[in-house]
Design a protein around this ligand. Sequence first.
Ligand code: AMP
Length: 215
Amino acid sequence: MNGYYVLGLHGAPGCGKGYLGEATRATLIEQGIVPNEEILYISTGELIRKEIELKTEVGLQIKRIVESGKLVPDQIVDQLVANALLADAKVKILDGYPRNLHQLEFLKKQLEGKKLQYLTVFRDTDVELILRRVKNRRICKNCGRTHSVEDGKCPACGGESIVRKDDAVIEDRLREYQENTAPLWPLMDQLGATLRIDGSIEAKDAAKQIVQLFF
Ligand code: AMP
């Protein structure tokens, strides 16, 4: 592996990008390709939920927008992403960004300016499966990690599991996705190599495909 990489995870809300990112991290470590400390997981959704939970100025401003399933203003998310991309980690897994044309252009500039190579993964998932997954999805009240209702408590830190407020408006989020984000798919090739993965494939197996192709 030469240089610094951003692995962009794409797909509709609820398609399992979070699980896929975690499985990819685990596979990279297991196979001795990248050590844990050189992998940074950047989820714009998690960063945004953190701002809301901490009741920062930004958090208070965007709480309602997020709960309604709409997109947060670009300048806010751009700043969060630009800061996260400064981290000195060889592989940055980027989940939830870009979500519209402006963000795609912003990301392109960030990649050029910071000399980062971009790898694109699409998780192609049908809507029925998404609705089923979201119904079973919980987040940790303590660390914000996404997991399944079947886990009981958070598998990462043992924190309390709660339903994400915006999961109640999943249909609105899917509509938002179709309008703003899905049209980016044909343009993502401009950023770098692309891999499409069927959403019904287990995260572990999908992660193996990613690592085999890209690393
Ligand atoms: P996610 O966890 O990625 O589904 O994101 C949860 C919510 O955070 C979204 O429904 C948006 O309100 C907001 N959000 C996350 N990423 C972005 C983004 N790139 N642009 C605008 N809003 C975002």
